[in-house]
Design a protein around this ligand. Sequence first.
Ligand SMILES: NC(=O)C1=CN([C@@H]2O[C@H](COP(=O)(O)OP(=O)(O)OC[C@H]3O[C@@H](n4cnc5c(N)ncnc54)[C@H](OP(=O)(O)O)[C@@H]3O)[C@@H](O)[C@H]2O)C=CC1
Ligand SMILES: O=C1O[C@H](COP(=O)(O)O)[C@@H](O)[C@H](O)[C@H]1O
Length: 388
Amino acid sequence: MQGPRVSNHLFYLSIPPNIFLDVVKCASKSASSVSGWTRVIVEKPFGRDSESSAALTKGLKQYLTEDQIFRIDHYLGKELVENLSVLRFSNLVFEPLWSRQYIRNVQLIFSEDFGTEGRGGYFDSYGIIRDIMQNHLLQILALFAMETPISLEAEDIRNEKVKVLRSMKPLRLEDVVIGQYKSHTKGGITYPGYTEDKTVPKGSLTPTFAAAALFINNARWDGVPFLMKAGKALHTKQAEIRVQFRHVPGNLYKGSFGTDLDRATNELVIRVQPDEGIYLKINNKIPGLGMRLDRSNLNLHYAARYPKEIPDAYERLLLDAIEGERRLFIRSDELDAAWELFTPLLKELEQKRMAPELYPYGSRGPVGAHYLAAKYNVRWGDLGGSEH
Ligand SMILES: NC(=O)C1=CN([C@@H]2O[C@H](COP(=O)(O)OP(=O)(O)OC[C@H]3O[C@@H](n4cnc5c(N)ncnc54)[C@H](OP(=O)(O)O)[C@@H]3O)[C@@H](O)[C@H]2O)C=CC1
Ligand SMILES: O=C1O[C@H](COP(=O)(O)O)[C@@H](O)[C@H](O)[C@H]1O
């Protein structure tokens, strides 16, 4: 970071949270740049609830200004998450549809096909809701649902995101399902359950899976379920955003779809990873003399369209921090609003010692997630089996 005339100092705190403040104090008192800027990138966890997060922010602000703090959420640096706003705001075919009038539900899905595998120490004190939902999935939701920002400037975008977060309806326990993976034997191999991991305390109730139905109390999204699902040790590794559109009113072709009209509605899928892509499910006529309909995908497959390697999220974010670009970093009021949404639920789960529903390692997760979706007339799009 040393230039010929000014010396800028960037610190990247990928360290255990209990030493954050000591390190920041030393960095600010003894290693701040005299001639240039000093910035600090902070990795999550940013606290574990509203109170601890506020205490961390207060502690950091003893030594740094908000402008010097870069709270990283690496999902914001993923190519397809960055592309979300481009897709919506630069395409006339999408922006007018982006509301309760045309969108039936939105699904934000994260799954990993491996468990804690000996790294349960950190995870067990946080759990999947804090690890993935409160940050990665909620950030995607905010970007997805925000109003058009005045400009692409960081503050304008973050102002819109924070409005979404503050408009969220409080999360109710009955709108949440938690799960934990258990041992499973497949093909002669036994995969260990979460509590069999030596780094996890015996009898831990920490969820390794959660599904939730969230709602945004504003004119654009009133009544539209935003369903989140996140889990470890599931059948696949993927992250995607699914937008299911409403039925076509008075559809001339409804006779051709049978009784299951949901299968005939358009669905936009943004596959964040792996194998990045965006596809839109449409109905079309099967070529021939009769009138039979089919479902097809209009498909933007990144590997085919852009053979060059996609930069890693951290590459983008570290470069942004060096350039002082804050658009993809979390502002303190966004963080407060995110914790405000999840803290009461997390406390209730912990106070009531809610037992997670067990699911086999490598499965599709607890069946409770299906009931939760069904309560809002939703079917998880990733489990449909009619993808390609
Ligand atoms: N592990 C995970 O799955 C996840 C971790 N995180 C967060 O990411 C960050 C890094 O995680 P991870 O790499 O697993 O963390 P580690 O515990 O492995 O530590 C990372 C670094 O911190 C240093 N360190 C640890 N304790 C001290 C100490 N008392 N004084 C000075 N330096 C210390 C280590 O130095 P040395 O190598 O010399 O010990 C190491 O360089 C943390 O903030 C963690 O909370 C976030 C999400 C997931
Ligand atoms: O932040 C985290 O993310 C990783 C998953 O990141 P990805 O880029 O590989 O999808 C997750 O494994 C970890 O538990 C979590 O803390």
